[in-house]
Write a protein that binds this ligand. Sequence first.
Ligand code: R5P
Length: 260
Amino acid sequence: MNWGMKNRISRIIKPKSGRCVMLAVDHGYFQGPTTGLANLGKTVEPLLPYADALMITRGAIRNWIDPAVDIPIILRVSGGQSILKELSNEIITTNIEDAIRINASAITCSVYVGGEYEKETIDNLSKLVDEGEKYGIPVLAVTAVGKDMARDSRYLGLASRICVEIGAHIIKTYYTEEFEKVVEACGNVPVVIAGGKKLPEMEALQMSHDAISSGAVGVDMGRNIFQSDNPVGMIQAVRAIVHESKSVDEAYEIYEGSKK
Ligand code: R5P
């Protein structure tokens, strides 16, 4: 791996802990103005001091994020579908030159293993990896799941491993029981979990804790942070689990305590 690639990864996955808290706010690319992100800038601004990286599209970054901000950007460069149609029907929406102009620390696309457009989404990933390797920009592959697809360790291990074999530098997948099998399937490639739909805060913290205990290097979490009744407390609590190995109860106290 070249110097630039290593440097960009170490901006995202902090060398001190070997872990990371990514804040995902790219939902609008197929969900439109998701609850909590209609005014993306207002939601994100108080959370930025606690996030190690921001996952976002180029349109959202130019509209709502101050270019003076000091946070690594994971640029969502795939899209082309909506919640009204087949989710796996993605194309690459942003070229590598624009990712470089934005000063992206990583680029990202979704891969729908088992989905109708499985091959096309794997093709998207392979092209991004080729471009990323050329310019030293790591690629984070999201193992996206269609509406009716299983989320067990067998499926997620299969999907994640395919992304590793194609050359992804970081894998984002969903937490499931026996998550250590998914991590094992990824070899030396770091794995982070998505939060998924909004859960009660205690459950989201437990899931983060279980993922870290099973070998994930962190989270790439969206709705369970910005749709919380206390988003700043929630990201601080997740951070305490990820970077300081705090227990779920300790983290929950951080979430509750910051409400006062
Ligand atoms: C999914 O493909 C997108 O990257 C989502 O924005 C991301 O997975 C969302 O994170 P969460 O599921 O924690 O809201």
